[in-house]
Design a protein around this ligand. Structure first.
Ligand SMILES: C[S@@+](CC[C@H](N)C(=O)[O-])C[C@H]1O[C@@H](n2cnc3c(N)ncnc32)[C@H](O)[C@@H]1O
Length: 314
């Protein structure tokens, strides 16, 4: 179904239906890219979306196949009726709370572009610290030909980013979700690293007999209580199985700390992402297992303890 272009009247959002049915525009006029950005920003702001301007630029840029620079360079361009129809559909989805990454089907991580859909968590910028930590550990120890296992690979962002940095490494990336693994495989192919990443489906470390140089994971770590208080964008659109851990939020860390022991060679490392306020509990689990030493943490740019690492005892 075709939809007429955005008009000034829609700038206050009054003519948009708050439903998955999309925006409903009542009047047609010749609007430039500049006008459409302004109108969409106003509409999204009215919906309480704090990133309204950026979201408008990204959504419009996606449907017009232009990056942000080109969007402003061609600001006087008047989109075709078909282009406006697509932009309106993107806007309607954003109004229902759909994250921009799912609307445009991609997300940047570690300066690489990843395909995403609703079967995978949208990779977060703070997870880049996990990638950076592993790269530094490998470089500091002058390792080559290392074997790394990632538990819960989702979109494949971590393993693909690592494979693009560590050219001699071999990666084993697993997830319990087959739909997520389909996305991860595509991303590995897209970035030319699929020959060095072996994807497989499983539950934590269960199917594994091998010992790796590193076991790494950004596991689900939201407690059941906190999950109920997440924003709509996250709760209603991102996969629950990628987020929720259990009553405490650290249940996956506990299971990985205990279950991964036979999968890490002696002297090898365990590196995991943790959530706000989880450091003490996860450190305690590592100490109590008596299988790890050299326990350390790293903070993200917001000063939150984000990465925990430990060595499997020799
Ligand atoms: C927080 S997401 C991380 C995704 C991706 N690694 C990232 O950082 O963007 C956690 C992932 O763990 C997977 N997962 C959940 N339970 C699992 C289990 N029992 N065994 C293996 N993977 C699991 C989810 O499907 C999800 O892809």
């Amino acid at each position: 179904m075709m939809m007429p272009p955005l008009t000034d009247e829609q700038a206050d959002g009054s003519n948009y239906e708050r439903s998955t049915g999309g925006s409903v525009l009542t009047e047609s006029s010749q609007k430039s890219v500049f006008d459409i950005i302004k109108n969409m920003e106003a509409t999204l702001r009215k919906q309480g979306i704090p990133t309204a301007r950026l979201d408008a630029e990204v959504i419009i840029g996606y449907y017009l196949n232009r990056d942000r620079v080109a969007l402003y360079r061609d600001g006087d361009y008047v989109p075709t009726f078909e282009e406006l129809n697509s932009i309106n559909q993107g806007l309607a989805r954003r109004i229902t709370g759909a994250p921009v990454a799912y609307i445009i089907g991609r997300k940047e991580f570690w300066s690489l572009e990843f395909e995403v859909n609703q079967s995978v968590l949208i990779p977060r910028p703070e997870t880049e610290l996990l990638v950076e930590t592993v790269v530094k550990l490998v470089q500091r120890n002058r390792m080559s030909g290392m074997k790394i296992l990632e538990i819960g690979t989702g979109s494949g962002a971590i393993s693909v980013a690592l494979a693009s940095e560590l050219k001699s490494g071999r990666f084993f990336a697993m997830d319990i979700s087959r739909a997520a693994l389909t996305v991860a495989r595509k991303n590995a192919r897209q970035h030319g690293v699929s020959s060095r990443i072996f994807f497989f489906c499983g539950n934590l470390c269960e199917p594994l007999k091998d010992a790796f140089d590193f076991v790494i994971s950004n596991p689900p770590y939201i407690s059941e209580h906190d999950y109920e208080h997440l924003s709509t964008d996250v709760r209603e659109f991102e996969p629950k199985a990628a987020l929720i851990a259990g009553p405490k939020g650290t249940e996956f860390h506990r299971d990985i700390i205990n279950g991964a022991v036979p999968c890490i060679r002696k002297g090898g490392g365990l590196v995991m992402e943790i959530g706000y306020g989880q450091r003490e509990a996860v450190e305690r689990m590592l100490r109590q297992s008596e299988k790890y030493d050299y326990i350390g943490t790293r903070c993200d740019y917001a000063g939150i303890d984000r990465i925990i690492m430990a060595r499997r005892k020799e």
